[in-house]
Write a protein that binds this ligand. Structure first.
Ligand SMILES: Cc1cc2nc3c(=O)[nH]c(=O)nc-3n(C[C@H](O)[C@H](O)[C@H](O)COP(=O)(O)OP(=O)(O)OC[C@H]3O[C@@H](n4cnc5c(N)ncnc54)[C@H](O)[C@@H]3O)c2cc1C
Length: 364
């Protein structure tokens, strides 16, 4: 796992603003991190104790002060200008499907291992010099195109900024950075639990591990995705949901998919998600069912599930991994809170109660 990435990236509410330099100082990442650093020190000294706290937030670190290169290959160590080639509305008015194109001269070898799932890139908000990670849904194609599902939050800075960009605008990105390293044949079962835009890394993993593969090149891993969202409006767009539902229907022994909405609020969920949409949060029973523990079901429910559970052996014989990605309260409820300094922390929540250990649970 890329520690640098982990330390900087989170679906969680960030505890420390990711700021390159103060608002209004520069439209670009500082080219000279030393001079920028000494400027921060001078300001902090001059303004006294209270300002020391702000200086901490505004202090550039190596990644924040990464330079921008227009002709070098895309890399985690510097920013690359890319073009917005599409920004499409979705059913959720607070989210869009955004496509970015890396110019040919900056396009690295996309068969490189660093583009193996799960990876993301940082997008820099040029107005306030803040970066946030985003996950290209299907990775990057040979022309340098990457498609993202990006949501803006009521008080969120970067999401709002990205969704304000129009086709033809240039923005700066750096990456790829590894979110979690998928390894062929390592796991019998991967159970992914997501909330909101936390589905994006899992979509990328499914695209890489299942959708884009021929049947002969599939690994032995069986995937389950449990995805939750707050209201019917926040259902991920068809571009994400349809391929997952379709694959799960045609390959039930390879992929199981369930959707959970906090509340239907008397609303009609999109017809595409109607099948399998459950009201309420992802709980212990859903996780147990995901790994084939079916203690509470009646005989006829077990019979209905038998098709998708065929070829599965008892849980203790299988190498099972849980990946959890979403807002902090959801991650805490499922797998326990993150630890200090953005570390994984002990496994808690429902998975902790079920007895899973840290080598079986990963919080993204
Ligand atoms: C590996 C990784 C990949 C990611 N990929 C994507 C992606 O593909 N698409 C995408 O839209 N986002 C993605 N994110 C989340 C993204 O990086 C930002 O955290 C998110 O866009 C919010 O940033 P912001 O600057 O707009 O809001 P901030 O200024 O960081 O937050 C503003 C407010 O919004 C709330 N908030 C922030 N994030 C969330 C959240 N996830 N759920 C609920 N409330 C929240 C905060 O509590 C805060 O009150 C990813 C995160 C990680 C770690």
């Amino acid at each position: 796992m890329n520690r640098v990435f982990l330390a900087r990236a989170s679906f969680r509410s960030p505890r420390v603003p990711k700021i390159y330099s103060p608002r209004n100082l520069s439209n670009h990442a500082p080219k000279d991190s030393k001079s920028s650093r000494s400027t921060s020190v001078a300001v902090a000294a001059a303004l006294g104790g209270a300002t020391l706290v702000s200086a901490y937030f505004f202090w550039p670190d190596n990644s924040r002060s990464a330079p921008t290169y227009g002709h070098a290959k895309l890399s985690p160590t510097h920013f690359t200008p890319v073009t917005v080639t599409a920004s499409e509305p979705t059913t959720n008015p607070n989210a869009r499907l955004v496509t970015l194109r890396v110019p040919q001269q900056s396009l690295p070898d996309t068969h490189d291992a660093s583009f193996s799932s799960i990876w993301s890139i940082y997008i820099k908000d040029d107005d306030i010099q803040v970066e946030r990670p985003y996950t290209p849904l299907e990775g990057i194609d040979e022309h340098g195109n990457m498609k993202f599902w990006i949501k803006r939050y009521p008080k969120g800075e970067v999401g709002r900024w990205i969704l304000s960009k129009e086709v033809g605008d240039q923005i700066e990105i750096r990456g790829p950075l590894k979110t979690w390293p998928w390894q062929e044949e390592q796991w019998d079962e991967i159970v992914m639990v997501s909330g909101g835009t936390g589905i994006t890394p899992f979509y990328q993993l499914l695209h890489h591990g299942l959708f884009s593969r021929s049947p002969e090149s599939l690994s032995k891993t069986r995937f389950t995705l449990l995805h939750s969202f707050r209201t019917p409006e926040e259902l991920p767009p068809p571009e994400i949901i349809e391929p997952i539902i379709s694959y799960a229907e045609t390959h039930p022994t390879r992929l199981d998919f369930s959707l959970y909405v906090d509340s239907l609020n008397g609303d009609n969920a999109s017809s595409i998600a109607r099948r399998g949409l459950q009201e309420g949060r992802i709980g212990r029973r859903a996780l147990e069912t995901a790994i084939g523990i079916d203690v509470d079901s009646s005989w006829w429910q077990r019979l209905c599930r038998s098709r998708r559970l065929t070829q599965r052996v008892s849980t203790s014989d299988r190498k099972v991994l849980f990946l959890v990605c979403g807002p902090e309260p959801m991650v805490a409820a499922i797998a326990g809170p993150f630890g200090r300094n953005m570390s994984q922390g002990p496994v808690g929540g429902i998975l902790g109660e079920m007895g899973y250990k840290s080598d079986q649970v990963w919080k993204l």
